[in-house]
Design a protein around this ligand. Structure first.
Ligand code: R5P
Length: 281
C-alpha cells in the first residue's frame, strides 16, 4: 500500500502514511505553457491511498489526474477537506447542487471515499461508491484540554454546529451552548445569544469551517462586549479566505486553531490519526 498526495495535501498525506506504516509515492507536478497541469507518479503498489483536499478548480483537476494516474492499482480516496459541500441543494432555480457534481466526478476510478467533517452528512450520498466521514470533535476536545482553560464554555455559532460542539464539550465535561446566526450576505452575519449568557469566563467557539471569519468575528465581538474573559476559535477546516485572520484578530480572538485538512500556519492538530483508523476498518 502506498500513499499519493496532491501538492497542497502533502503534510497530511505523509502523516497518514506514517500512521499506516505505508510509503509515500513521489509525485512530480508541473504545468504546460498554457497552464494545464501535468503530473507523474512513481512506482505504485496494489493499493494506493490518494490524498487531496478539494480547495479550488486546480485542486480538483490535480485530484482527478492523480486518481487516473493510479488506475493500475485499487484507489482509496481521502479528501481531507471536501470543498463545494456548502452548495448542497438547489437554493434557487437554475443552481447546481455543487456537492453532487463534485462527488460524482470524484467517484470515478476509486473504490471508496473517506472525508472529514463534511458540511452536511447528506452530501456523502452523492458519491457512487461507499463514502464515509470522520468527526474531529474528539481531537478538538483534546486540543482544548491542552489550553488549560478553567471551565471553558464550548459555544457553537449556530444550531448547525451545535451537535459538533456537544461532542467537543463531552470530552472535558464542559458546558456547551449555541448562538443564533442570521446570514446577511456572503461576508456578513448577525449572531445573537439564544438563552444563555452573558458569559464571563473563557469561551471557545467551535465550528466546522472558518472561511471569511465573519461568523466567529461577530460572535467574538458580541461575547467580549458582554464581558467574556477570553475568546478562542477552533475549527476543523481553516480556509481563512482573504483577510479572515486579520478580521478574527481584530475582533479580539485570543487564538485561532484549525486541523491540517487545509495546511496552514494555524494548523495545530491533525486529522491523520482518525483518517488512518477509518482506512484500516
Ligand atoms: C456555515 O454553516 C459553516 O458552518 C460556517 O459557519 C461558515 O462556513 C463560516 O463562514 P465564515 O467564516 O465566512 O463566516
Amino acid at each position: 500500500m502506498k500513499v499519493a498526495c496532491t501538492g497542497r495535501s502533502r503534510a497530511i498525506g505523509a502523516r497518514i502514511a506514517e500512521h499506516l506504516g505505508a510509503g509515500v509515492v513521489e509525485t512530480s507536478l508541473s504545468r504546460f505553457p498554457d497552464g494545464e497541469i501535468y503530473l507523474r507518479t512513481g512506482l505504485l503498489d496494489e493499493t494506493t491511498i490518494v490524498v487531496g483536499s478539494l480547495l479550488s478548480g486546480d485542486s480538483l483537476v490535480e485530484l482527478l489526474l492523480l486518481i487516473d494516474a493510479c488506475h493500475r492499482s485499487e484507489v482509496l480516496l481521502v479528501i481531507p477537506y471536501l470543498g463545494y459541500a456548502r452548495q448542497d441543494r438547489e437554493f434557487k432555480p437554475g443552481e447546481p447542487v455543487s456537492a453532487r457534481a463534485m462527488a460524482r466526478a470524484l467517484s470515478h476510478g476509486v473504490s471508496r471515499v473517506v472525508t472529514v467533517n463534511v458540511h452536511k452528512e447528506s452530501v456523502l450520498s452523492h458519491f457512487t461508491v461507499p463514502a464515509s466521514q470522520v468527526n474531529l470533535a474528539p481531537e478538538v476536545g483534546d486540543f482544548i484540554k491542552g489550553l488549560n482553560l478553567e471551565d471553558p464554555l464550548i459555544l457553537a455559532p449556530d444550531s448547525g454546529a451545535a451537535p459538533f460542539a456537544a461532542v467537543v464539550a463531552s470530552q472535558g465535561g464542559w458546558e456547551c451552548d449555541h448562538l443564533e446566526k442570521t446570514r446577511l450576505s456572503g461576508k456578513e452575519v448577525r449572531v445573537e445569544p439564544r438563552k444563555g449568557g452573558p458569559w464571563t469566563g473563557d469561551v471557545v467557539l467551535v465550528d466546522d469551517i472558518i472561511s471569511t471569519g465573519g461568523t466567529l468575528a461577530s460572535a467574538a465581538r458580541m461575547l467580549l462586549s458582554q464581558g467574556a474573559k477570553g475568546v478562542h476559535a477552533i475549527c476543523v477546516h481553516g480556509l481563512f479566505a482573504g483577510t479572515a485572520l486579520t478580521l478574527l484578530g481584530s475582533a479580539g480572538i485570543a487564538q485561532i486553531a484549525a486541523s491540517d485538512t487545509i495546511e496552514g500556519p494555524n494548523s495545530r492538530y491533525s486529522a491523520a490519526g482518525p483518517l488512518a483508523k477509518a482506512l484500516s476498518r
